[in-house]
Design a protein around this ligand. Structure first.
Ligand code: G
Ligand code: G
Ligand code: MN
Ligand code: NA
Length: 250
């Protein structure tokens, strides 16, 4: 397919870029982390969103090369930030099952001279449907090195306590459908509260995603979320703007 061939060339042609969206400590208001979000500036189609091309990258296996590139770029960017700021990278399930993925991540950290504890790998709930030994080995090896793991999109899939029980997640990201839109409300609020209470017991950070208004920020903070992310604070921005946000912040 056309898009597949173009995707293979996109890295070489310098059409791909990582943007960074800040994740804010809801107590102090300061930036704790940036989530890396991939953007493709296609020469004729314009800006393409990951939702449009990540599935193609997954079907064709290009995601493995692409994923390694993303981790490297994210680690290099983070190495420029203050030491108490980390970077979060979204992982595709296919990447986790690919042989050599642990080595590639370790190499990216070494090359960027980044402390492994400053890298957070976001995995989505749906990954665990298979609950394979490979997934467990991947997470355990990197966690032993100090890399952190976040359970992304929490509440949209199986939301299984078994995964939280089995794997050393340091963060749960409550999906934005609980925070805004028609899904928000007293029932969603009670669920966020309960998830946050569980997170506290386990020493985890609880992130509320999709915060767009001050009122939502106040609500999730009151419900016990420790961090927040969303357009209220900032959209994902290029690395030079991320550096400016940090300079303003400190
Ligand atoms: O930025 P946007 O809202 O368009 O992202 C849409 C989806 O694409 C999100 O689910 C996000 O996790 C995913 N995504 C964004 N960047 C990356 C990436 O670098 N790697 C992978 N695997 N997924 C990404
Ligand atoms: O699946 P994941 O959580 O990685 O997806 C992150 C996606 O959410 C990104 O594509 C990002 O652009 C989007 N996003 C981030 N903040 C907001 C927000 O406040 N509102 C909405 N609608 N989308 C957001
Ligand atoms: Mn994410
Ligand atoms: Na999410």
């Amino acid at each position: 397919r056309e898009i597949e061939a173009e995707l293979r060339l996109a890295i070489k042609r310098d059409e791909l870029s990582l943007f960074f969206q800040p994740i804010i400590d809801l107590k102090t208001g300061r930036i704790r982390c940036f989530e890396a979000l991939l953007r493709w500036f296609h020469p004729t189609k314009g800006e393409l969103r990951p939702g449009e091309f990540i599935p193609v990258a997954e079907e064709t296996g290009v995601i493995v090369t692409l994923g390694n590139w993303i981790t490297r770029q994210a680690a290099l960017a983070c190495a420029q930030w203050p030491e108490d700021v980390s970077v979060a990278v979204n992982l595709s399930p296919l990447q986790i099952r690919a042989p050599g993925s642990v080595l590639a991540i370790e190499q990216a950290l070494r090359d960027a001279k980044l402390d492994p504890s400053r890298l957070e790998l976001e995995v989505t709930e749906s990954l665990f449907i298979e609950d394979s030994d490979q997934t467990a080995a991947f997470i355990e090896k990197l966690a032993a090195r100090g890399v952190r793991f976040a359970l992304d999109d929490f509440g949209t899939g199986y939301s299984s306590l078994a995964y939280i029980h089995k794997f050393p997640f340091s963060k749960i990201k409550v999906d934005r459908s609980f925070v805004s839109g028609s899904g928000a409300g007293p029932r969603a609020h009670a669920i966020i509260r309960a998830v946050a209470a569980m997170g506290h017991q386990l020493g985890m950070e609880i992130v509320a995603e999709g915060l767009e208004e001050q009122e939502q920020v106040d609500t999730v903070r009151e419900a016990g979320c420790t961090q927040g992310q969303g357009y209220f604070f900032s959209r994902a921005v290029p690395d030079y703007l991320a550096a400016m946000l940090l300079a303003q912040d400190r």
